[in-house]
Design a protein around this ligand. Sequence first.
Ligand SMILES: Nc1ncnc2c1ncn2[C@@H]1O[C@H](COP(=O)(O)OP(=O)(O)OP(=O)(O)O)[C@@H](O)[C@H]1O
Length: 594
Amino acid sequence: MSSHTRVSSPFSQTAASPGAARAGAVLQVLAALLWLPQAWLIAQAVQVMAVSASGSTSVASSDAGSAMAQVAPLALGVLVIGVLRALFDGAGMQRAQKAARRQLSRLREEVVHALARTSPMDSTQAPSGQAASAMAEQAEAIVPWLSRYQPAMFKVRCVPLAIACAVAYFSWVAALILLLAAPLIPLFMAIVGWRARAASEEQMVEIGGMNGFLLDRLRGLSTLRALGAVDATAERLRSHAESLRTRTTRVLRIAFLSSAVLELFSALGVAMVAVYVGFHLLGTLAFGAWGGKLELAQALFVLMLAPAFFDPLRELSAVWHDKAAGEAAMKTLGELQRQAMPLPGAGETSHGTRGVADGAVMEPDEPAAARAVDVRIDALQVGVPGHAAVISEMSECIAAGEHIALWAKSGAGKSLLLAQLAGLIPLEHGSIRIGGVPMDDEHAERLRARIGWMGQHSHVFAGSVLRNVGLGRSDVSARDVRRAVEAAELSQALAHRPAISLGEGGSGLSGGEAVRLALARLAVNRHAGLLLVDEPTAHLDPQTAEQVIASLLEIAKGRTLIVATHDARLAQCMDRVVRLGAVAANAERNEEFA
Ligand SMILES: Nc1ncnc2c1ncn2[C@@H]1O[C@H](COP(=O)(O)OP(=O)(O)OP(=O)(O)O)[C@@H](O)[C@H]1O
């Protein structure tokens, strides 16, 4: 069973929250279009001044005064439109930026949820360092892509066309020059952008890989140091950094190339319009103005619009790299959302799941005290979806309150069975019922809340012992944590170091203390009617193992306990031993442990 959550196309992502993003783009387009009246007013003012200057030798000074009177409202208009343009542009950018930030938060939330909905047993999951780097760092590339590239793209679609129409109204030749120069730019940009995207993706993969590698090696630094592999690791890190440098340089080179392409063609376009307008005014090129001759104001207007025609394209070029980086980031986030092995029931809410069939004994609003539950395993295939089954079929009934040991050789599937019982792996064949409730997508979330789990390698977070036991859960009080720590005899073990703060991965704790910490986590779960424990005494000396067994039995009183073990002393303390791979022989208690 596998499900794939796909990130929808980046464009549909933006379309999903069109309001603010679109409003931002529209405001920026309006600001750009306001240049048309502003340029017209400037051209008119220049014409008035030119006429006044040319006539000042022969005409009375009162005419110069009237010219100033004509120019003043034009100048005021230019000023007012200038202020409006600045306001529109500023507001548009602000809105686009805010919309992009919101979109990024939403995407990050989706990725976090997708990761949380993935089974922890999925061995194909991205390394945590890579996931953290993708979400925290690479995902930031989405903001400029949405807030700058997309409005720039919108402008390119509207503004040059409007300007070309305005220019064509006065001179079809000038408009033709602009229209001929314009398509060359997107064409070359697309060619360059295609390379930019590939280069950006390679750069992102390299960043993610390097971060994952670094985090992984930092976690295992003590092992690397102990085995004398620090230098070799540093060497690999250096080669990663070198490769990243090369890829980053390639991305920058392509970004510079795209700007150069655009500058070249836009400069040529503007220059050709200027040459035409100049020669037209001089009378050399007397065509191209719909049979007439351009006035000074009209010629100036056309001339001023020529660079503005290319402005949106220049802007697009400046942010062209944002598109490549943004799309590469979207792709990386999409990869993170791909769930090869979903966590059963992670998408379901625990609300409204009352009324479970078969006389279920676990009610959603059950009081705090744990109640032992029975476990029924029917024709269960033990294994991970997509991999060969480890046990093709097993059936077993475990009574409420019974304590059993799973006994089998290494690799026989004890841990996988415990993971299936805990609802951490989707079931492909067969069924599990806990307290009469089937372990399926509908009930898994609720069942997990009633199961205590102690894995083979419990992760220890950096922080205090109490925080590591409470794990910030709202339903676990400080009193519960203290009691659990007592029950696991962890406080006695750490009595000589009361203010101990643990390092990431459990540095600062002995192996026995780490097991006690895991026991305390087990004990703190007051709702757990079923405890699943994986090899709690592995690697412990006989005396510590005995203490751990005693604590475990104390914690498991009145609850159902299933423990995977190779330890005969622990197995002897159980009511029954279930041999995996020889399930039929489990009806009676195994004499080996009598
Ligand atoms: N997440 C996983 N994805 C794919 N295969 C897995 C996964 N976890 C375990 N396996 C495989 O399933 C088989 C059973 O593993 P499991 O950890 O259940 O054995 P075990 O009986 O608990 O062994 P041990 O006593 O050594 O802990 C092994 O061959 C292992 O490689």
